[in-house]
Design a binder for this molecule. Structure first.
Ligand code: ZN
Length: 470
């Protein structure tokens, strides 16, 4: 291999810097043809539709017939005023164009026309707090859980979510790799569902939230200390929290989920590790643990659990987002005078108090997204819970437009997906919801699903049932 040895010679000379530019140019002339850079341009790459942004070959599948939604009123999610008689053009999984009918070029060739006159076109909705795998609480003592059982429950929940117009979910704690397999099944079109972003197993300390032993919860279901069970990665000490983050990343998660209680060192190590590898972190915390998580750089806080006033100010200052999940505590019932759910929920909490926290966070400018925390048997109440949450956020002082943003643009931003999701603009992923009635006049109109596109495909069409000719 004479050319290789001569190349390394030249490389050494080039690095030495003594013989200067000539040696380097000669080296480039030798290497470039081998890399193919002087020939035809390489095929374009795009990135995966998740926060990992892994490069993948561009999808050549853009010869599928386009879809044209015509004559609806477009609320594109950017905050621009609604556009009457709008047209939205979709090809493959992308929005080719969206705007007033006169300004949008219709695709050449064949396309599927969907007349949505009289209806409103909004971005697909996002639920930021879901547990696709979680077992119904009443089943705990009756049925032995398994990954297969969890996957079946998850598939059922995904269908219920589509019924509500939800095209994206963030799973913040799953059983083993169940949420990942559900994500893949949707991507591979094994069945229809919202796109799934997942956090792997929650990371928590021994005896932390998710690892409490109480009557009715056996030691066996919790797994072992220093490794955890199917739902939890139990870790103690800063080094183990860092290792636990690395383990979740190794499983191809999209984000990291931490649970209080933890030490300052533990939460700081975990967040620093995740951020060093460009993963976002959301934290289920309460009281001073919330403050520590925000100080350590958490990207998002789940729930309003005993949140100190000072933490709210700190969130605004550091741009930490909030997913309040008011519905889950309201639906679960709040005992008068306090919320003594288990060891780590032993503090005063009322619906009125939770609303006050959200109102303060909103007034301070904290980004607020919608999440329902549909675990246990929550899907029995779906999709109503999503719209209950939207109503509670309104009760806490958000305008209808702000709640809609919390369900779309702001939620996509919290996911780290604002460039691909959350608004109906050229180049965005085609998650499109059509509803009857103006959601900006009355948020409850979001419930009146007429048509739903997920990833560029029609997954729900109720026009015939509504007496509108498809
Ligand atoms: Zn949860």
């Amino acid at each position: 291999m004479p050319s290789d040895s001569s190349r390394s010679d030249r490389l050494a000379r080039c690095r030495s810097g003594r013989r200067g530019a000539l040696a380097c140019l000669a080296l480039l002339a030798l290497i470039l043809p081998r890399l193919g850079l002087s020939q035809a341009a390489p095929p374009p790459f795009v990135t995966t539709d998740d926060p990992r942004r892994v490069r993948i070959p561009a999808n050549a599948d853009d010869q599928t017939p386009a879809i044209v939604l015509r004559d609806g009123t477009l609320i594109d999610g950017t905050g621009s005023p609604p556009v009457a008689n709008a047209v939205v053009v979709v090809r493959g999984d992308r929005i080719l164009a969206a705007g007033p009918s006169g300004s949008v070029a219709l695709p050449s060739g064949e396309y599927q026309l969907l007349d949505v006159s009289g209806f409103y076109i909004v971005p697909g909705l996002i639920d930021l707090h879901i547990h696709l795998a979680q077992q119904w609480k009443a089943d705990d003592s009756q049925y032995q859980d398994s990954d297969a059982a969890a996957a079946l429950r998850g598939a059922r929940k995904l269908a219920a979510l589509l019924d509500g117009g939800i095209t994206t979910v963030r799973d913040v704690g799953t059983r083993n790799d169940v949420a990942f397999k559900l994500k893949e099944a949707v991507e591979r079109r094994i069945f229809e569902g919202p796109r799934v972003f997942w956090a792997g197993k929650g990371i928590l300390a021994t005896g932390g939230h998710g690892d409490e032993l109480r009557s009715g919860v056996s030691e066996a279901s919790k797994g072992t200390i220093h490794s955890g069970g199917p739902y939890a990665r139990i870790a103690d000490g800063a080094d183990e929290w860092r290792l636990a983050v690395r383990e979740q990343i190794r499983q191809h998660v999209d984000l990291i989920k931490l649970f209080a209680p933890f030490s300052r060192e533990e939460v700081s190590a975990a967040i620093a590790e995740a951020h060093a590898q460009r993963f976002r972190v959301t934290v289920d915390a309460f009281g001073q643990f919330t403050t520590w998580a925000i100080e350590a750089g958490a990207d998002c806080i789940e729930h309003t659990l005993a949140m100190p006033d000072a933490a709210i100010a700190m969130m605004a200052q550091r741009d930490t987002a909030l997913v309040p999940t008011l519905t889950t505590y309201h639906a679960g019932g709040l005992p008068p005078g306090g919320y003594y759910h288990d060891l780590h929920r032993s503090f005063e909490m009322t619906h009125a108090g939770n609303l006050r926290i959200v109102r303060a966070a909103h007034a301070a400018g904290v980004r607020i997204g919608i999440g329902t925390d549909m675990g246990f048997a929550g899907e029995r109440h779906y999709p109503a819970s999503y719209f209950t949450e939207a109503g509670f956020l309104r009760d806490a002082g958000l305008t209808d437009a702000e709640v809609l943003s919390g369900a779309t643009r702001v939620a996509a931003d919290i996911l780290g997906m604002a460039d691909k999701l959350g608004t109906l603009e050229q180049g965005k992923l085609a998650d499109v919801l059509v509803v009857r009635g103006n959601p900006l006049a009355d948020l409850r109109n979001l419930r009146n699903l007429v048509l739903l596109l997920a990833d560029g495909r029609v997954v729900r069409d109720r026009r015939a049932a509504l007496g509108v000719a498809p």
